[in-house]
Design a protein around this ligand. Structure first.
Ligand code: PHE
Length: 347
């Protein structure tokens, strides 16, 4: 093999051994650079005769072109390899499932409460709010509970270590009824002395507290109170209103309602409201869902209204109980343990 062919082979081998463009440029310099091997050969022709220069020059040029061709080929290979590596690194697997943000949502009890509010709003009821820490008067006295009533005892009601203006302990409201008294009082003040007072139609949903804890009782639970006071309302209105509500809540008209005589200090007469589904998994059993009754004249008076003119009907239902029936939950405590495996099912 002649010297020039050898040089071309060496250049090819040197180029092939490079793994990156920068290495390739170094190798190029060694052959084609200012003091590279090819340039040295050109300089070496200075002493040759004109004829010799012609043949030698042509041969060196051919070798130079072969080296340049090898260089261009290797450049392309390296560029291709780099592109392939980049594509590989940035590869997208379009068949992978998308990454979802963990979604939040409303607690099932909050959801049930919003449903209840929407249904009653559609029936023309306002939604009242009120304090969870109540005075003795609003939780008990206004509602006609005698001083020795068991609801007032430490075994049934949580007390706060602070006294109200009447010298009585504040309590964590044991029912939502104080809110109806507050709402009715404000209504009575607003229309005092006027010939006409619009009916009071209000619900009062919220947290309530009692010293009680098992599968169907929690020390913190939720009630919704309903109140309708006017000059011309009757038990019939309470019954129709509650039936409309409960059928809307459970999204069925295959549901019966019955009133069972009962006792509450703040209503007279009083009744428990039971419902019975005519179809579905709960069909055929009477289920107690609410207390109710005609608001006691003394309570109407405590609201600042005249019991001779104003007659009222009220009910108080457990929101948690309604939610348990609607969602088929058999242990109330599940609602309050904060286990996402349970809560996530309602989103
Ligand atoms: N406040 C009663 C309770 O907590 C429920 C109720 C409300 C009963 C209104 C009758 C009328 O048990």
């Amino acid at each position: 093999m002649n010297e020039l062919d050898l040089l071309v082979d060496q250049a090819r081998a040197a180029f092939a051994a490079t793994q990156a463009p920068a290495e390739l440029e170094d190798a190029k310099a060694r052959f084609l650079g200012k003091s590279g091997r090819v340039t040295e050969l050109m300089k070496g022709m200075a002493q040759l005769s004109v004829d010799e220069k012609k043949t030698r020059g042509a041969a060196i040029n051919a070798a130079k072109q072969a080296i340049e061709a090898a260089l261009a080929e290797r450049r392309q290979q390296l560029a291709d390899a780099e592109l392939a590596a980049q594509l590989q690194a940035e590869a997208l697997d379009v068949t992978l499932p998308g990454r979802r943000r963990a979604g939040g949502g409303l607690h099932p009890i909050a959801r049930a409460q919003e449903r209840i509010e929407a249904i009653f709003a559609s029936m023309g009821f306002d939604v009242a709010d009120g304090p969870e820490i109540e005075t003795d008067w609003y939780s008990f006295t206004a509602l006609n509970n005698p001083p020795n009533h068991p609801a007032r005892s430490m075994q049934d009601t949580f007390y706060v270590d602070m006294k109200d203006a009447d010298g009585q302990w504040f309590n964590l409201r044991p029912h939502t009824s104080p809110m109806q008294v507050r709402y009715a009082q404000a209504h009575a003040r607003r229309y005092a002395g006027q010939a006409h007072m619009p009916d009071i139609r209000v619900i009062a949903p919220g947290r309530t507290y009692r010293v009680d804890s098992d599968a169907t009782h929690s020390p913190m639970f939720h009630q919704v109170e309903g109140l309708w006071i006017g000059e011309n309302v009757s038990f019939k209105d309470l019954k129709v209103m509650y039936l409309d509500f409960i059928q809307a809540f459970f999204e069925t008209s295959a549901l019966k309602l019955r009133f069972r005589p009962s006792y509450f200090p703040f209503t007279e007469p009083s009744a428990e409201i039971d419902i019975m589904f005519e179809e579905g998994p709960l069909a055929g059993r009477w289920l107690e869902v609410s207390g109710s009754g005609q608001v006691h004249p003394q309570v109407v008076r405590n609201m600042g209204l005249d019991p001779e003119r104003h007659i009222g009907f009220a009910f108080g239902s457990g929101i948690d109980r309604l939610a348990m029936l609607r969602y088929g939950v058999n242990d109330l405590r599940l609602f309050f343990e904060g286990d996402l495996r349970f809560l996530g099912q309602f989103q």
